[in-house]
Design a protein around this ligand. Structure first.
Ligand code: NDP
Ligand code: OXD
Length: 308
């Protein structure tokens, strides 16, 4: 039995080193190096090239290196009988809480505007928001959404949460799926932390934006295809939305020709809201590998019928 690491961005050695330091007895291979295909029982993947899984006849589990698993479902070689796991990790959670919080404050205090003014040597004080002016609505109240909601509520923000099923979280007003419109009409900073599924693809569109109060701001940290980019630009340009911070894009890196780059009210980051730390995440992968070997239920298993 052995683990195969599949990612194409040159970061595989960090993951191999983390395995070496925490469980040197486990055999791990980089898919780009020669390896015994028949011994591979677990694939640890991030945006793997499609079609590879069918070459591994003894593969039992595909583990995402991150919280999201959309890129595994998109691969036609992912067979229904395979198990799938994802990352639930304390560092991934606090990193996301901090990133969203930083974006909320940057919007509230108009920091991006001052950054643009600096490039013009322009000294000009602008109006800003206070916490009482802001209601943050979080779409997706799972591991990351709930933690982020709580972190913001503790700081004194009004926080709403929307998810498939209704949640009970002290200090946060929650809405279930059918109550989307009620959630949107009260939200003026919208945070997207949904998984990408057929149901959520394209959910951030003109119709949804039109249900937010005038002047609403978007913080999008989930997945690129949730957002219809032209709808956002139109909504900002006609003055309905006041701007957006976007961390994720349908194609990454974002094309240099994308209109997002040059838009003064759209603030881009390179999918860095919360990045899996190999040292932290490998611990749960080792635990799952041992569970797989001893036929025990896996941690953080994805419901492949539900799709997240
Ligand atoms: P979870 O699976 O824990 O939570 C998903 C939440 O979304 C749940 O509350 C679920 O509802 C809700 N949901 C799912 N589908 C729908 C729907 N159709 N309508 C309404 N609500 C829905 O995921 P995580 O919190 O761990 O992660 C969320 C996403 O964040 C990841 O999938 C990934 O895409 C993104 N991410 C981005 C990062 C970045 O750096 N930008 C880093 C890490 C993750 P219910 O609770 O009722 O099931
Ligand atoms: C993840 C991500 O899904 O980094 O973990 O996007």
């Amino acid at each position: 039995m052995a683990i195969l690491l599949i990612r194409q961005d040159g970061k595989t050695s960090q993951w191999l080193n983390a395995f070496k330091s925490q469980a040197s007895q486990i055999e791990c291979f980089d898919y780009n190096q020669p390896h015994p295909k028949e011994r591979i029982t677990m694939a640890l993947v991030w945006k793997q090239p499609h079609g590879l899984f069918e070459q591994y006849k003894n593969l039992k589990c595909v583990a995402s290196m991150g919280a999201g698993v959309d890129f595994i479902f998109e691969d036609p070689s992912f067979r229904q009988e395979l198990l799938m796991t994802r990352v639930v990790d304390p560092l991934l959670i606090t990193d996301m809480e901090e990133f969203v919080t930083a974006q909320v404050y940057a919007h509230m205090k108009g920091l991006y505007q001052y950054h643009s003014q600096q490039s013009l040597s322009l000294w000009k004080q602008n109006p800003y928001f206070r916490k009482k002016d802001i209601t943050i609505g979080i779409m997706g109240m799972g591991v990351l959404g709930s933690a982020t909601a709580k972190a913001l509520a503790i700081q004194g923000f009004s926080v709403l949460g929307w998810s498939n099923s209704k949640k009970q979280i002290e200090g946060i007003t929650t809405y279930e799926k059918v109550d989307l419109d009620l959630f949107l009409e009260k939200t003026n900073v919208l945070v997207c932390l949904l998984p990408l599924t057929p149901d959520t693809n394209g959910i951030l569109n003109e119709s949804l934006f039109s249900k937010l109060p005038r002047g609403a701001y978007l913080i999008h940290v989930a997945r690129g295809p949730h957002l219809i980019g032209e709808d956002l630009i139109q909504s900002i340009d006609k003055g309905h939305m006041c701007g957006a911070a976007i961390d994720v894009f349908p194609t990454e890196p974002l094309d240099t020709k994308s209109p997002f780059w040059g838009h003064s009210k759209i603030h881009i980051t390179p999918h860095c809201a919360s990045i899996s730390s190999p040292e932290s995440v490998v611990t749960q992968i080792i635990a799952n590998y041992n569970r797989l070997t001893s036929h025990q239920p896996l941690l953080n298993q994805v419901d492949t019928l539900k799709g997240y």
